[in-house]
Design a protein around this ligand. Structure first.
Ligand SMILES: [Cu+2]
Length: 232
C-alpha cells in the first residue's frame, strides 16, 4: 500500500504502530520467559525451586502493561480521528472546491460502479478527479451491499441500499489508482473493479465537458432513431 491521501497516511502510520507494538510484546514476553527459564532452572534430577513473584512485582508488571496498553489506545484514537478529518483543497487543486469538497455520487450496482459528476455527466468503472482537491464521495447502492475499496486513497467503505455513506480523500499526485471488491456481494463481485484517475484541474474540467457532450449526442442519436422508427 502506498498512501496518496492524508487519511491513508494516518492509516499507514497506524498499521506500523500496531506492528511495532505487537513486536515489542512478542519480544518482551519471550525474552522474559527465556530469562526466567534459564535463571531458575533446576539441576538434572532435582526438583526445581517453586517461585512466586511478590505482590509488588505483580503490581509493577501489571502497571507497565496497563500503561503500554493505554498509550497505544490513546495514539490509535488520535490517529483514527485524524484519518477521518476532511482534507482541504490545496493550491494546485480545483478552485471551485476550495470552500467545500467536490461532491461526486457513487452508485454500486450489479456489477459495476457508476460515478455522477456535478455537471450531470457520468462515467462507469473509472472515476476522474482533480489532484490536490478535497473530494467527497456519496456512496449509494441500487441492490446489494458493495464495498468501495481504493486502498491508496481511502479506507474501505460500504455502499448500502437505502443509505448514503461518505468517503473523503485528497489525492496528492496525478496517476491512476486501482480498486477492487472487498466484500462478496454476489456471483460477479470479483469483476466489480474500479480505477481512480487523478488529473490536473484543467484536465478534469475538460473531461467533464467532453463526457457530457458525448452523452448528450449519444442520447440525441437514440431519440432520433426512435423518432425515425428505426428502433421500436
Ligand atoms: Cu460489489
Amino acid at each position: 500500500m502506498a498512501p496518496h491521501s492524508p487519511g491513508t497516511d494516518q492509516i499507514d502510520t497506524l498499521l506500523w504502530i500496531g506492528f511495532v507494538a505487537a513486536a515489542i510484546v512478542v519480544v518482551a514476553i519471550n525474552g522474559a520467559l527465556i530469562y526466567a527459564l534459564r535463571r531458575y532452572r533446576g539441576a538434572r534430577g532435582t526438583e526445581p525451586r517453586q517461585l512466586r513473584g511478590t505482590r509488588r512485582t505483580q503490581f509493577r508488571v501489571g502497571g507497565v502493561l496497563t500503561l503500554f496498553a493505554a498509550a497505544i489506545l490513546i495514539v490509535s484514537l488520535v490517529y483514527t480521528d485524524k484519518a477521518r478529518e476532511t482534507p482541504t483543497t490545496g493550491p494546485a487543486g480545483l478552485a471551485a472546491a476550495r470552500s467545500k469538497p467536490l461532491q461526486i455520487d457513487v452508485t454500486g450496482q450489479q456489477w459495476l460502479w457508476r460515478y455522477d459528476y456535478p455537471n450531470s455527466a457520468f462515467s462507469y468503472y473509472k472515476l476522474v478527479v482533480p489532484v490536490d482537491t478535497a473530494v467527497k464521495l456519496e456512496l449509494l447502492s441500487t441492490d446489494v451491499i458493495h464495498t468501495w475499496n481504493v486502498p491508496d486513497l481511502a479506507g474501505k467503505h460500504d455502499a448500502v441500499p437505502g443509505k448514503t455513506n461518505k468517503v473523503v480523500f485528497l489525492a496528492d499526485e496525478e496517476g491512476e489508482f486501482d480498486g477492487d471488491s472487498a466484500t462478496l456481494s454476489g456471483q460477479a463481485y470479483a469483476s466489480m473493479r474500479t480505477a481512480v484517475e487523478v488529473v490536473s484541474p484543467q484536465a478534469y474540467e475538460d473531461f467533464l465537458k467532453q463526457q457530457k457532450a458525448d452523452i448528450d449526442s449519444a442520447q440525441d442519436r437514440v431519440v432520433g432513431l426512435i423518432e425515425n422508427g428505426e428502433v421500436p
